[in-house]
Design a protein around this ligand. Structure first.
Ligand SMILES: [Zn+2]
Length: 290
């Protein structure tokens, strides 16, 4: 069972960060190429969109929906959940879900937090998702990562999360053991790093894989080197030269042929979205989060 997901925020982030409207066309072009590839293979994916996309770029969200894909929620303005207090998160989620539902005229049932920011420190987020009608979540990264990460989470396959009487179907990402390290190859930097032969082999052998992409992962879009102020505002940690260089390197590492690699993998492996996979799973496994 291979799940294909995209997080959609580029148009909105570009509009608030730099206002370079010419970049929208580039994002449009990559989106079209992705949608064409998925059409060719009759693959339906889940696209998690930020709420502001529903208000500022409704045509992008509707286009994705019109091509048969599931629209999920990716917060309102891409604020990481672990940087918010519960009340802020509640408001953010309410606005985001409402904007997307108004945009597509349909209930939004799936959610992914920016930067996988549901961790052991903010399990209350599950309660907020349930209050907003979210039934399926894909925000858990059950390993250590630079930001966020939920290494204490006890499952790397779909599982029902119970928290204070609510239940949410969780689709975590799926780390593998690589030279003694828990890493995730199905998105982000390691997807760019590993050759496609390796990724294809892993995909074919695995029972469950959660693939996750941003348009910028595939387009070769270069992140700019951040000023101290911008870095600290966004990452909420000290913007030392070392921290900023590390982030710049990780964000821009090994972009070369990522879109070709993506296309080749789509050609050889079957993928589905959360709505489809939900129907195939026998939801017996559950874990209690305190
Ligand atoms: Zn994102």
């Amino acid at each position: 069972m291979n799940v294909l997901t995209f997080d959609i925020e580029e148009w909105y982030l570009e509009s608030v960060k730099t206002g370079r409207k010419e970049k929208y066309e580039e994002f449009d072009r990559y989106l079209e190429a992705i949608l064409n590839k998925l059409d060719e293979r009759s693959i339906q994916a889940t696209f998690f969109c930020v709420g502001e996309m529903g208000r500022l770029f409704p045509e992008v969200v509707r286009k994705i929906q019109g091509r048969g894909h599931e629209i999920g929620c990716h917060s309102n303005i891409h604020t990481w959940l672990d940087k918010m207090q519960p009340d802020e998160c509640r408001e953010d989620t309410r606005i985001a879900v409402d904007s997307l539902e108004q945009c597509i005229g349909k209930k939004v049932k799936s959610y992914r937090a920016p930067a996988f920011s549901i961790t052991s420190k903010n399990p209350w987020a599950f309660e907020i998702l349930a209050e907003n009608g979210i039934e399926m979540d894909a925000s858990v990264f059950p390993a250590v990562r630079d930001f966020g990460g939920f290494p204490e989470f006890n499952s790397t396959t779909p599982v029902i999360v119970s928290y204070k009487g609510i239940n949410i179907k969780e689709f975590p990402v799926c780390p593998i053991n690589w030279w003694g390290r828990q890493i995730v190859y199905s998105g982000g930097g390691y997807f760019r790093f590993f050759p496609k032969v390796y990724i294809n082999k892993k995909l074919k052998k695995s029972e469950y894989v959660m693939m996750y992409f941003h348009i910028s992962d595939l387009s070769g879009y270069k992140e700019q080197f951040m000023s101290k102020i911008t870095y600290e505002e966004y990452y909420k940690e000290s913007g030392t030269l070392f921290n900023r260089m590390k982030r710049y390197f990780k964000d821009n590492f090994a972009f070369g042929n990522t879109f070709n690699k993506f296309q080749s993998i789509m050609s050889g492996v079957r993928f589905s979205n959360l709505e489809q996979v939900d129907k195939e799973i026998n939801w017996k496994k559950s874990i209690n989060i305190q």
